[in-house]
Design a protein around this ligand. Structure first.
Ligand SMILES: [Fe+2]
Ligand SMILES: [Fe+2]
Length: 268
């Protein structure tokens, strides 16, 4: 069972790269299920629209996760209540629209649980991610309602992500970080069989500052002549990981990084 997870899609450049390349990637790599973080898919890099969602799902993506930018487009409040393939972090306050966890059927008939969490440190205020993780694991078990579990941990700092990775060790197929837009090189299978990577990187133009226009970003840091952030429009690199799951126990057999196109190259 091969599951492709891709990091934050940024702006038109990221969406275009997915639309043009994902169907071939799925075929060539024999991918069974695709999850992507879409929190920056909108034209201005903030949030995700219904059009973005439909285009991404039509390109072969099965589930879209999000993060701190989930509500940047107003239409998402209504969309997320009826679009089950679009998730928001589970640890948002009670009564928040949408879901942070759902179980989906793969084409081969496996049940894939997808859990979206958000970190607490240097992030928007949300419920304690460790408390919510422990509550989730008390109620849910790999091999019961789902055959595989993929966790998107949307967070800023590496230690928080890694700690949550270890909590899920032996209880998830993959724990992968998103949000920083920079891929890390620490992908591995933990000692109880869960694949882990601190950050998947982004699907966006790397000739930028985390996907946004370089000059404008530098001006912002220099506190001069900046306008609202806007995405860089060059060719995107599609960035993420492929996890091969064991159909007997839902744990990981193999984890490989995946980088395609644009400025970023896979280091072999
Ligand atoms: Fe992001
Ligand atoms: Fe984010």
């Amino acid at each position: 069972m091969k599951i492709l997870f891709l990091g934050d899609i940024v702006g038109n450049s990221g969406c275009k790269a997915i639309k043009e390349n994902l169907p071939n990637i799925i075929k060539k790599k024999k991918i069974d299920f695709v999850i992507v973080n879409g929190e920056n898919a909108a034209q201005d890099g903030m949030g995700i629209t219904e059009n973005n969602t439909n285009e991404l799902l039509n390109s072969g993506i099965d589930v879209i996760t999000t993060g701190n930018h989930v509500w940047d487009q107003k239409e998402t409040y209504e969309l997320i209540s009826r679009q089950k393939r679009l998730l928001r972090p589970l640890n948002l306050p009670n009564n928040t629209p949408g879901k942070g966890f759902e179980i989906y059927n793969s084409q081969k008939g496996f049940k894939i649980g997808v859990l979206n969490l958000m970190g607490n440190i240097f992030m928007k205020k949300c419920d304690d991610v460790f408390k919510i993780t422990n509550q989730f694991l008390e109620k849910n078990r790999l091999g019961d309602k789902y055959d595989f579990l993929i966790v998107d941990f949307h967070g800023e700092i590496t230690s928080e992500k890694m700690a949550v990775g270890h909590i899920f060790n032996g209880r998830a197929t993959l724990v992968v970080g998103t949000h920083t837009h920079v891929p890390t090189n620490d992908g591995r299978i933990l000692n109880k069989g869960t694949a882990y990577l601190t950050d998947a990187g982004m699907c966006g133009d790397y000739n930028s500052v985390i996907g946004m226009n370089t000059e404008n970003s530098i001006n912002k840091f220099n506190k001069k002549n900046s306008v609202k952030h806007f995405p860089s429009e060059g060719e995107a690199s599609i960035c993420g990981v492929i996890v091969e799951g064991n159909t007997e126990n839902g744990l990981a057999i193999n984890l490989s990084s995946f980088i395609f196109g644009g400025d970023l190259k896979n280091i072999e």
